[in-house]
Design a protein. Sequence first.
Length: 275
Amino acid sequence: MRTWFITGVSSGFGNEMTRQILAQGDRVIGTVRSRKKMKDLIVRYPDTFDCQLLDVTDVPAVHRTVSEAFEKYGEIDVVISNAGYGLFGCAEELSDAQVDHILATNLAGSIQIIRSALPYMRLQQRGRIIQISSYGGQVAYPANSMYHATKFGIEGFCESVAQEMAQFGIGMTIVEPGGARTEFRYGSAKIANLMPEYKSSHAFLDMLDASKNLAPGDPVKMAARIIESTGQNPAPLRIVFGSQALKATIECLEKRIDEYKAQEELAASTDIISK
């Protein structure tokens, strides 16, 4: 039996991964802000599902919850930082409170979950950390600026930590899903106070309307692929889900590389030339 620690298990990928992991006989310590949606799993898996209340914006609570989980179960095989949400609106349309909250949840919350687990995983000299990001951690669209800020940011953090922890046998994987039929789009997404001046950037409204545009990604399949990835050694640093997401990511990175290559002369012009 393996032990998994997963944040945000009441919906979306977190919920689907939890259901699949419990069904295969493993243990899950899953965090939620409310246990209401988890009653069926609590009843069905009383010995292997440990449902913990946690708001990842509460940093002391994050440290305490992670520490108590490791101390209770001895070792944790996989830590999945999954809690997060989408915020849509152009930069000028967002309130200060909206900016602060998504940074505290998606970015700082993910960082603190991982930081809290590191000393325990370093001592056990094995394990896997998985950060649920998005292909929006590589590709940017209008009216998604703060969501992209959190995902670009957490990917840089994870890529650095992956190098730090490799010497201790800890693998790190950043998961970059494309659009999926989860509550992320059709329930939990937050929308700014929209301004008519930015109407041309509000195409996301159709994306969030299930009657107009269903996402192509299957959350059941994506959850299964995430679980399967923990068996890969070495751990893949990044995994992209969805053919459209992969295509957009490759196109974006190729364009970025071309732009950098065109700057070779400019970049060299700022070097100190020793005589």
